[in-house]
Design a protein around this ligand. Sequence first.
Ligand code: GLN
Length: 403
Amino acid sequence: MRNPVPDLLDRLRRECADADGGEVLATIPELADADPDLFGVALCTIDGTVYGSGDDDHRFTIQSISKPFAYALALADRGRDTVLEHVGVEPSGDSFNEISLEQSGRPRNPMINIGAVTTHSLIGDPKLSLEERDARVLAGLSAFAGRELEVDEAAFESERAEASRNLALAYLVHAQGKLDGEPHDAVDGYTRQCALLVDARDLAVMAMTLAAGGRNPVTGEQVVPTWVCTQVLSVMATCGMYDASGQWMSTVGIPAKSGVAGGLLGALPGQVGIGAFSPRLDEIGNSVRGVRAFEHLSAELGLHLMHAPEVASHVLYGVVEPDADGDGVREVQLQGTMHFAAVDVALRELAALPDDEPIVLDLTRVASATVVGRSLLNEAVERMRADDREVRVTDPDGLLDAR
Ligand code: GLN
């Protein structure tokens, strides 16, 4: 059989290719020459399979898409409290290069420039030199991508020569006492971070690493702890698309981040990582075709985060009753994924059973269990046994402690 997914991706890309509005960014000289017709899309699955279509291996500078990954490194290196002291998590409603500070002097979030420059200076040990911090960023983002990334030196120099606005932002944060280090160093390092070269396939793998709780699905490396990814994806969901974040969340429903070179990355927790690239931008600074591709993908593949899955009601595969003479044992058979809502259905079924009769809890059809699901089921078995009920657990995959 020919796998239908690559064909679906090709068709979808063709359908979005007629969106030719928008303009290639003119403010960074090195980016202004990009071929406006380039268009690539890639998708990475939880097992590390990467599907690509069109110009999916064309390299471009990552720009603002580096921000969530730099934020992840800062969180992992300095801890949540320190990072939150310096940068907030509220959507700004402003464009990406605005002066967006809270009353306390803290930049509103790490996805806009003022917050990203501040975040960059929080990566690694406070005593790192500029070069050492650059090296940490390069190694960290490469680990997310699963290959050695490189800096586009020409793009870096070109943007560094035009960095007055980002420098102004950095000085402002410095004046508020919220910048760890020197403004020039922070902007230099941040600009270098933005000049890393990636393609749409890299973006898909980087996104899937975030969506898989920090484990790169291609290399198997645990790049950052899982709690970091929860934090990063939350901020991407509320702030990743600048002042279009609310509209994006309601129409596409995938935590995402865009960059001014035309890249766009989306991470759907536990499911899929998506990368897109097309240089023409809308007035907010998001890739026109990239946005269109995400709208189509989300609708066609049912990827909206807020689309409620129909699992909880199907938790009970069946209940085998003892026969009329009271022979045989009652068997409660569960199926699917044991997360809180699913286990709750099972717990109520168990709690309603007559107290004294023996039961079999059959987990043969259970696909997986969250930490909470597992601990609640363990507790249910313990409680039933404490009530002197005879409980047998059929658990071929060893999900529970209880046997
Ligand atoms: N390097 C760009 C800047 O700092 C990144 C902006 C972006 O991609 N939105 O202005």
